[in-house]
Ligand binder design. Structure first.
Ligand SMILES: [Zn+2]
Length: 225
């Protein structure tokens, strides 16, 4: 082929656009195998169980045990409407801990988003923050479990008072209630002020992670057996 013809072919090839996908693709085409036998949580951003940010799938932080996957899929179905957003679960290696977490890594832990509504009380479809940090602060300063902040590190600050989102208590309560009903769920970590506010004061499976851990009023941490 002559040089100009080769150039023309190359130029045409470079200009050709891939057809636009009709639906949102999965955020990761295929998950790597897990030597620990863990399974990836779904990566469809529009699904009923979805990653709060694509990095959880892209960085392979979405692995759980098959039993945990079963519970989470079932809980998402049971809620029938509100979609469950997840953050860090485990990596495929199954090695615990998975920094910066004190746990995670063996597939038996997952962090789930709380539910939120706008200031008019209209439910939001997803967390206002694409990851950790959508804190629901205590209503009174005396309810703060770690007034001096987390041990050994700066406590993350509350979000601005004039933010346009709030905790959706009813849906968050429904999520925690659904989860603790499964025998495979060992415990759920949440800040004490939310435990009381959501009506779980007498519930042994709903616990405080302690002041050495991250704040648990932007997510709940679920431990599986
Ligand atoms: Zn966690």
């Amino acid at each position: 082929m002559r040089r100009w013809a080769v150039l023309l072919v190359l130029t045409l090839a470079a200009c050709e656009k891939a057809p636009a996908p009709k639906t949102l693709p999965n955020l990761r085409e295929s998950a790597p195998p897990s030597p620990a036998g863990l399974a990836p949580l779904p990566c469809d951003a529009k699904g009923s169980l979805y990653p709060l940010h694509q990095r959880y799938c892209r960085d392979d932080l979405n692995f759980v045990t098959p039993a945990a996957l079963k519970v989470l899929t079932s809980a998402a179905k049971k809620l029938a409407g509100p979609r469950i957003g997840y953050m860090d679960a485990s990596w495929p290696s199954g090695v615990k801990p998975m920094p910066p977490h004190y746990s995670h890594g063996d597939g038996r832990q997952v962090d789930l988003a709380l539910f939120y509504e706008d200031r008019q009380g209209r439910p939001l479809d997803r967390s206002p923050v694409a990851g950790y940090g959508a804190y629901e602060p205590p209503r009174r300063e005396s309810e703060r479990a770690c007034p001096g902040g987390a041990r050994g590190k700066q406590e993350r600050p509350d979000p601005p008072r004039d933010r346009n989102w709030r905790l959706d208590e009813a849906r968050t309560k429904a999520l925690v209630s659904a989860l603790i009903a499964y025998p495979a769920v060992r415990r759920v970590f949440i800040e004490p002020h939310l435990k009381t506010r959501l009506g779980f004061a007498g519930e042994g499976k709903v616990r405080f992670a302690g002041c050495g851990a991250a704040r648990h009023d932007d997510h709940i941490h679920v431990d599986f057996y």
